[in-house]
Design a protein around this ligand. Structure first.
Ligand code: ADP
Ligand code: MG
Length: 450
């Protein structure tokens, strides 16, 4: 079976499979698989991933009942699936492979599907999708900038993968500015005759694409020949109506050491910044990660995510890192992830305050104050001796944490958000006229911060 046939059959399997499996998991575990080869003798379909083939293999095995019949129907034989790491199998040379990526292929996780949109990056996402969907002079070049770990590379690669998937005839070249620079340096180091030839090769490569995605362009500052090559490449691509996308850690005007004529070109199209994510976006990213790891979003887990989201605010790479760390430790030690467990593991990552205002800490304190059980506050019991502390706890959580109404509902046995809002409003109203309630709340607040 030729690779193209393999790919074709597989795409049909994917189409049907997408209706059978939860979207996130499908996009995470099945979509990124790259068909490599078929061993008809052994009855194995080989796929590659950029890394962590084990994670993929586990998930493939877990969903065997879903894909197996589809594969058999489509391939006419009950194949098994084997996921291997990119370099462990020789890939067939495919001359018209549109993917021209440098050193590594695009990271299969870095798609629009897995990118969480928040107020901090909404514009950047919209501009990226728009650019991926088709050329518009107004958006050329697209210049994305922002601090480290905020998703610039992710978005840029998402553009690339989107184009490759939806406009497979387009040529996409993703490259880091470091690689671009190194190629030029290497070419210039060769002997006189070869310099010309090698530089020509670089020109052919970079000027022959529909999408040039140049990551971390701040890196070229002060590198004259690279700047010059980029300048010429830019003009050639731009005049030919080809899309160029840059990322950078600074806005064009703040990039020192880059010639003005290049800076001004960076600003010909659209410049969009990515800001650090707000709390809700951080929580959404963490929840997404949890779902990808097949974790059930329990109130307990939400608290763990909350601790991470409260403490790591300006770098999503670190946010993910902290979560991965907790997860890895819990797998290693076979312990359930709890707040204390997470704090322990993460104590090296951040100086966890001993008492954070998390929902469980507030619940605990309110329960102590009134002498009721936390489990009773979480239950459906309606006796005033329990309902009243519950309402106060809800009020305090609403005012002191960034939990949304539905999240608070989850902390109280899955109550509806309207119920939560009702409790909150009731206490807010009552506080205005009831001195005793005001005292109570003040006392609890003191306990919380002591
Ligand atoms: P940058 O290039 O800006 O330094 P990256 O694109 O490498 O940042 O992002 C760092 C990590 O954070 C990556 O694993 C990326 O997938 C993740 N990430 C960043 N922003 C988001 C987001 N909005 N949604 C989901 N994951 C994100
Ligand atoms: Mg990056």
């Amino acid at each position: 079976m030729k690779k193209s046939e393999f790919t074709e059959h597989w795409n049909k399997v994917l189409q049907q499979l997408s209706n059978k499996i939860d979207n996130t998991k499908f996009n995470t575990f099945f979509r990124p698989l790259t068909p490599v080869k078929v061993s008809e003798k052994d009855g194995i379909l080989y796929f590659s991933t950029v890394n962590s083939s084990k994670i993929f293999q586990n998930s493939i095995d877990r969903y065997e009942t879903e894909w197996k019949p589809l594969v058999e129907a489509e391939f006419g034989k009950p194949y098994t699936i084997s996921v291997v790491e990119k370099n462990s199998l020789e890939e067939d040379e495919n001359p018209d492979e549109p993917i021209l990526n440098e050193d590594k292929r695009l990271n299969p996780y870095y798609t629009f599907d897995t990118f969480v949109t928040g107020a901090n990056n909404q514009l950047a996402v919209a501009a990226s999708v728009s650019v991926a969907d088709g050329y518009s002079k107004d958006f050329n070049p697209l210049f994305l900038y922002g601090g480290s770990g905020l998703g610039k590379t992710h978005l840029m690669q998402a553009i690339g993968q989107y184009v490759l998937k939806n406009h497979p005839k387009k040529k996409v070249l993703y490259v880091t500015s470091e690689t671009f620079t190194n190629e030029i340096v290497t070419a210039l180091q060769s002997n006189t005759y070869q310099v010309h030839q090698k530089m020509q090769k670089i020109k052919d490569k970079y000027r022959n694409v529909d999408y040039l995605l140049l990551d971390d362009v701040q890196f070229i500052a002060g590198k004259d020949r690279t700047e010059e090559e980029l300048f010429n490449t830019f003009d050639e691509l731009y005049n030919a109506g080809k899309q160029i996308v840059f990322t950078s850690d600074k806005a064009p005007k703040d990039l020192g050491g880059i010639p003005d004529r290049l800076i001004s070109r960076f600003q010909w199209g659209i410049t969009v910044d990515i800001q650090p994510p707000d709390y809700e976006t951080r929580m959404a990213i963490l929840k997404n990660k949890a779902a990808m790891n097949d974790l059930e979003i329990t109130p307990e887990l939400l608290e763990v995510l909350d601790i991470i989201a409260q403490n790591i605010q300006s770098n999503i790479r670190e946010l993910e890192g902290a979560f991965t760390r907790v997860l890895a430790h819990s797998k290693l030690t076979d312990k359930v992830i709890t707040k204390d467990f997470a704090k322990n593991v993460l104590s090296e990552v951040f100086n966890t305050k001993t008492k954070e205002l998390t929902p469980s800490y507030i619940k605990e304190t309110v329960a102590k104050y009134f002498g009721v059980r936390i489990s009773d506050m979480e239950s459906q019991k309606r006796a005033r001796s329990i309902a009243y502390p519950r309402q106060i706890a809800i009020y305090l959580i609403r005012t002191k944490t960034k939990y949304s109404l539905p999240n608070i509902g989850d902390c109280f046995g899955g109550r509806d958000h309207t119920t939560i809002l009702h409790s909150y409003e009731k206490i807010s109203e009552e506080i205005k006229t009831n001195q005793e309630l005001r005292n109570t709340i003040e006392n609890i607040e003191r306990m919380l911060t002591d």
